[in-house]
Design a protein around this ligand. Structure first.
Ligand code: DC
Length: 233
C-alpha cells in the first residue's frame, strides 16, 4: 500500500492522453511553460522506433528486431527557443525532428506501438523523464499504464473531422505535403489501430477528466486544463 508520505515526495505528473490531432502537443507545451515542468512526448518515442527501423531496414514484422531497437536506440531531446519546434530530437546523434513529424512517421509509429515488447522496451526510458519539478506526459497510455498514479489525468479529444483539419493546417504551415482527404483517412485508420489494439489501447483512465476540444479554441482548452490542474495539484 502506498503511504501519503511517498506520494508527496514524488514530483507531480500530469498526463495528457488522447487521439492524434486532439491538440495534446500544443497544450502540453503551454502547460510546461506555465509550470516550468519537463515534457515527455511519448508519441515521438514510437515515431523514433519506426524511423530507426526504416533506417536499419528492420521489417515491421520483425517483432524481436523492433523490440531491440526500442531498448537500444540512443535518443536525445534538446529544448530550443524555437516556438515551432520547442524540442529538437536526435536519433543516434542525428537531428530527426522534421522527419518525425511526417504523416508516414505517424503511421509507422502506430504500426510498432501495438507490439508489447516494444512498449515494454521504452517503459523505463519513459518513467525516467519524471524528475523535479514535475512532468507533463503526452501520449495514449500515460494515465492508464505508464503513470497510473499521476496527480492529474486529462483525456483530450475532438471529432475526427476537426482533428484532420487542424493537422492539415499544421503540416501545411510546415511545408509538409499532404491532402485533407488522405489525412482524414489516416487519422481514422490510426484511431482504429490505437483504440482497438490489445496492449495499452487508447482510452480515458477511469480517473481522467475528459475535455472535448471540438468547439474550443486553443486558449479555451488551455484555460480549461489549467483550471483542472489548479483544482487537483
Ligand atoms: O502522438 P503521436 O501522433 O506522435 O503518436 C504516434 C503514434 O504512436 C500513435 O498513433 C500511437 C502511438 N503511441 C502510443 O501507442 N502510445 C503512446 N503513449 C504515444 C503514442
Amino acid at each position: 500500500m502506498r503511504t501519503q508520505a511517498s506520494k508527496t515526495e514524488k514530483p507531480p505528473v500530469i498526463t495528457i492522453d488522447g487521439p492524434s490531432g486532439s491538440g495534446k502537443g500544443a497544450i502540453t507545451h503551454k502547460l510546461a511553460q506555465k509550470l516550468g515542468f519537463h515534457i515527455l512526448d511519448s508519441g515521438a518515442l514510437y515515431r523514433l522506433i519506426g524511423l530507426a527501423a526504416r533506417k536499419s531496414q528492420t521489417s515491421f514484422d520483425d517483432e524481436p528486431g523492433l523490440a531491440r531497437i526500442s531498448r537500444e536506440m540512443v535518443v536525445k531531446f534538446v529544448p530550443s527557443d524555437d516556438p515551432e519546434e520547442p524540442l529538437h530530437i536526435l536519433l543516434e546523434g542525428e537531428e530527426v525532428t522534421k522527419s518525425l513529424r511526417t504523416d508516414q512517421a505517424g503511421q509507422d509509429a502506430s504500426r510498432v506501438a501495438p507490439i508489447a515488447a516494444v512498449r515494454a522496451g521504452i517503459g523505463e526510458l519513459q518513467r525516467g523523464f519524471l524528475t523535479a519539478p514535475g512532468l507533463i506526459a503526452d501520449g495514449r497510455d500515460m494515465g492508464t499504464v505508464v503513470f497510473p498514479d499521476a496527480d492529474v489525468k486529462i483525456y483530450l479529444t475532438a471529432s475526427a473531422e476537426i482533428r484532420a483539419n487542424r493537422r492539415y493546417k499544421q503540416l501545411k504551415d510546415k511545408d509538409i505535403s499532404v491532402t485533407l482527404p488522405g489525412l482524414f483517412q489516416s487519422i481514422k485508420d490510426r484511431d482504429e489501430r490505437d483504440m482497438n489494439r490489445e496492449v495499452a489501447p487508447l482510452r480515458p483512465a477511469i480517473d481522467a477528466v475528459v475535455v472535448d476540444s471540438s468547439l474550443m479554441s486553443l486558449d479555451e482548452v488551455f484555460e480549461a486544463v489549467i483550471a483542472i490542474v489548479r483544482e487537483k495539484v
